[in-house]
Design a protein around this ligand. Structure first.
Ligand code: XLS
Ligand code: CA
Ligand code: CA
Length: 436
């Protein structure tokens, strides 16, 4: 069989002393942390779109990256070679999962029926490769944002004909995700948002978006797809205002439209920072509300205002992310999907490996450090002390709803000023540094 990434053999764990840039220094898949293997904690996935379809193009210039799987003139031959290359890459890297959009794996044909036939052809190959390698599908999704028909949105399009197209596409994408044994299905709101309110019926569009999600839930039941549904928040880009702004906004939307039982969040680090939050915040908010599902592991650049989708290398980010994930019980259906692409100048095959190896090691370190912090209960102890007042009679009475404004006022008139306590932020930051 053709080898598409001949310069790299299997990436192995060699330990922290290794100087081999193509070896893991920290990610040792079988090593146990808190009773579970690192592979089972981290559930790494490679994304198909950036890793195999993104070839360095940006708004200012064409592709810079040449890949040997991308040369055939026949579009389906190219699609099949790309799929083969992808599985070679997953295997050499040693990840257990992959994620895809329908349109990543097979290009659109002239009509939906032909497009779906192409999908069936490629899914057959993907299924065989999954079987041969044991690599699984973490989640599938629909690209209902690239084609011009979706320029004004998919589910929120002013034209119901486009809504119908989006629904048909989601139907098929869910079916093939099920066929591939996908453990989840993501809704990222592509162009579900607006560029100007002057031409937009915001309330009606939100109703339509909810309707589309309800239809997806119904179809999921109908076909017996057991995967978890996720919404992936993002505040802007491509539209000026995306409806799924952040986890808080999505949670309110899910509650209003009775969708909470069916959806969890797929939190992307770069989208969190675009929304003016930290990655840590979006994870913590989701965990606190029982909707933390999966993660798109990448990073942005705080000096740039857009979705740079860089590989995650910041240990503060990975430690704090893993801290929240572990504390919330760890991934079940979700995982860490590298929704990231190499920079335009990183044109060699080996750069794609360096990027993933570094990111996996960064999360492996995050996992190990976070597990130590959890074992030592460093933050737990401080937080418990900080909230200890809530375990006193006053706190308990308020929490159990036994107090009203009159009683609370009486308490203050009797007891006077509360005693102030330090938040200890600097100390905690120093402690975090010690762990890192
Ligand atoms: C785009 C999103 C997208 C989703 C899947 O910004 O990150 O890639 O993850 O459609
Ligand atoms: Ca993403
Ligand atoms: Ca992104």
């Amino acid at each position: 069989m053709t080898e598409f990434f001949p310069e790299v053999k299997k990436v192995k764990y060699e330990g922290p002393k290794s100087k081999n840039p193509l070896a893991f220094k920290h990610y040792n898949p079988k090593e146990k942390v808190l009773g579970k293997t690192m592979a089972d904690h981290l559930r790494f996935a490679v994304c198909y779109w950036h890793s195999f379809k993104g070839l360095g193009a940006d708004q200012f210039g064409a592709n810079t990256i040449l890949r040997s799987y991308n040369v055939a003139s026949d579009p389906m031959q190219k699609a099949e070679q790309t799929m083969q290359a992808a599985f070679e890459f997953f295997g050499k890297l040693g990840v257990n999962y992959w994620c895809f959009h329908d349109r990543d794996i097979a290009p659109e044909a002239d009509n939906l029926a032909e497009t779906n036939k192409r999908l069936d052809q490629i899914v057959k190959l993907a299924k065989k490769l999954q079987k041969d390698t044991g690599i699984k599908c973490l989640w599938g999704t629909t690209n209902a944002f690239s084609h011009p028909r979706f320029m004004a949105g998919a589910g929120t399009n002013p034209n119901p004909h486009v809504f119908a197209y989006a629904a048909s596409q989601i139907k098929k994408a869910m079916e093939i995700t099920k066929e591939l044994g996908g453990e989840g299905y993501v809704f990222w709101g592509g162009r579900e948002g607006y560029d100007t309110l002057l031409n937009t019926d915001l309330g009606r569009e939100l109703d339509h978006m909810a309707l589309l999600l309800h239809l997806a839930v119904d179809h999921k039941k109908k076909i017996g797809f057991k995967g978890q549904l996720y919404i992936e928040p993002k505040p802007k880009e491509p539209t000026k205002h995306q409806y799924d702004f952040d986890a808080g906004n999505c949670f309110a939307f899910l509650q209003k439209y009775d969708l909470v039982p069916h959806f969890k969040m797929n939190i992307e680090a770069n989208h969190a920072t675009l929304a003016g939050h930290t990655f840590h915040h979006e994870l913590a908010f989701s965990a606190a509300n029982g909707i933390l599902g999966s993660v798109d592991a990448n990073r942005g650049d705080l000096l740039l205002g857009w979705d740079t989708d860089q590989f995650p290398t910041d240990l503060y980010d990975t430690v704090l992310a893993m801290y929240i994930i572990l504390k919330s019980g760890g991934f079940t259906t979700g995982g860490l999907n590298f929704d990231a692409h190499v920079r335009r100048q990183s044109i060699d095959n080996v750069d794609l490996f360096y990027a993933h190896v570094g990111a996996m090691d960064a999360f492996a370190r995050g996992l190990k450090i976070a597990s130590k912090m959890l074992k030592d209960k460093v933050l737990d102890k401080v937080i418990q002390k900080r909230y200890a007042g809530w375990d006193t009679p006053l706190g308990k009475q308020i929490e159990s709803g036994k107090m009203d404004f009159v009683k609370l006022e009486k308490y203050i008139l009797e007891k006077g000023e509360p005693k102030l306590q330090s938040g200890r932020q600097e100390l905690l930051e120093n402690i975090l540094n010690e762990y890192i």
